[in-house]
Design a protein around this ligand. Sequence first.
Ligand SMILES: *[C@@H]1O[C@H](CO)[C@@H](O)[C@H](O)[C@H]1NC(C)=O
Ligand SMILES: *[C@@H]1O[C@H](CO)[C@@H](O)[C@H](O)[C@H]1NC(C)=O
Ligand SMILES: *[C@@H]1O[C@H](CO)[C@@H](O)[C@H](O)[C@H]1NC(C)=O
Ligand SMILES: *[C@@H]1O[C@H](CO)[C@@H](O)[C@H](O)[C@H]1NC(C)=O
Ligand SMILES: *[C@@H]1O[C@H](CO)[C@@H](O)[C@H](O)[C@H]1NC(C)=O
Length: 451
Amino acid sequence: MKFTKILTYIGFIGTAYAGCQNGLSSCGEACYSPNLYSCDNGVLCPYGMRNCNGACFNPNEYHCENGSLLPGATKVPEYVPPETGNCQGGMRSCNGTCYDPNLYSCDNGQLCPAGMKNCNGACYSPNEYHCEAGRLVYGAESGSNNGGNNGGNNGSNNGGGNSQIPPSSGNDTKNYEGFKLVFSDEFDGNSLDRSKWEPEVNCWGGGNAEKQCYVDHPETIFVQDGKLHLKAIYKGAYQLNGNDRCTLNNENSCSWTQPFVSGRINTKAANLAWKYGKVRVKALLPSGPFLWPAIWMLPQDDVYGTWAASGEIDIMEARGQDPDIISQCIHYGGQWPNNIYSDKLTTVSNAQNNWHVYGIDWTADSLIFSIDDNPTYTINLNRSFYSGKGDNPYSGNRQPFDQRFHLLLNLAVGGGFFDSNKYGAFDPAGHSRQWSRPELIVDYVRVYQKN
Ligand SMILES: *[C@@H]1O[C@H](CO)[C@@H](O)[C@H](O)[C@H]1NC(C)=O
Ligand SMILES: *[C@@H]1O[C@H](CO)[C@@H](O)[C@H](O)[C@H]1NC(C)=O
Ligand SMILES: *[C@@H]1O[C@H](CO)[C@@H](O)[C@H](O)[C@H]1NC(C)=O
Ligand SMILES: *[C@@H]1O[C@H](CO)[C@@H](O)[C@H](O)[C@H]1NC(C)=O
Ligand SMILES: *[C@@H]1O[C@H](CO)[C@@H](O)[C@H](O)[C@H]1NC(C)=O
């Protein structure tokens, strides 16, 4: 899921820090690559680490109290909306927040980029959308004088209802001899089972300059007719608000604005993670350019170090433009940027219109990716996974694929996975109009282990 060699942060921070070259951020007086380092209170630390009185620490293991490091993970700070107060020098007040009217509009107490309006918390361009019963609907507002592109187009860019979803038929077994089911979600209820899954809430872009805020909203993450839906929705410009509890503030991204919202859930928080076994996920992939669905796994504990030293297993990734091509991949080798990956592309029959079962069979000695129970890619684990760059985080063969991994499901939009030489530049408003079903739909997730 992470392809850090192609990261660009220029769009987000390039203009904010004059004095540092494109792609670099400033930390005190130093310029740094945000792919390599994190800046915490003016101190540079290895990526993902925090500063405690000058010492860098892993926030998954420690917290900083009164300038001292203490064992126990750091609590995620909640995103605090901007301060309110009296406005000066040409600024105006929007429900108590001061803003520059050249940059923002205030609609119903909510700030939006200038010229945009607010629909139940989402900012939108009235030349392209209107707000109907609190929901964004594609099609210009009546009376909106954009002079042309609103005639006739009565469609929704957010895909239609269940009539477009082919039935999840197929001959997939639930039982494997010698194995027992140790986890399953069949998505049979009416809501996400939060004892299994935690929605992630952040606008960071996954470290790949993706264009979504992941939010825990009923329109981005929902369970309907026996299926989980993770849905991407164009919002024009979205910022987390007081109802969104930001769970990841890398680069202070809790306050970033992104053109899309979407859904991402994990089993990490519920401590549902497994070492070895079979994983099977039956899914229908989203259709539309620059949609990037992923079914993947990350280490539950970073015992060999931060990403990607402790590994990553990508069971399924795909690009909306390539409806037949599935990528299956592992990342390993060392901490960024000393990591490497191995992957294989497999052609399937249109994964956007046909349900497929994406899986792995993982033992101490091998990791075998599969689609519809047919092996697609076999990795021998009885070898060293050291990349040869930087410090060797491993002391033996099979590491890091000898630890517990948890599951993640998400639908990303745009970002570094879409090489602009091949796919061209991403135009969020324009391309999202071409989406016919921007949803990763999952029929089930099952994990089996040996009896
Ligand atoms: C940190 O400081 C606060 C306030 O002075 C105090 O209540 C707390 O016990 C201190 N924590 C530690 C670990 O010393
Ligand atoms: C205005 O701010 C108050 C206090 O923060 C909040 O409760 C209210 O929902 C806001 N109104 C709008 C329309 O956003
Ligand atoms: C557009 O949609 C509305 C409401 O669904 C419908 O009443 C109207 O006939 C549609 N117009 C066109 C041109 O399809
Ligand atoms: C379904 O799978 C089972 C076990 O692999 C096989 O015996 C059976 O013939 C299959 N049925 C169909 C309709 O493909
Ligand atoms: C693992 O690889 C080593 C050589 O690197 C070999 O001696 C050993 O027999 C292998 N173990 C298995 C279970 O294949």
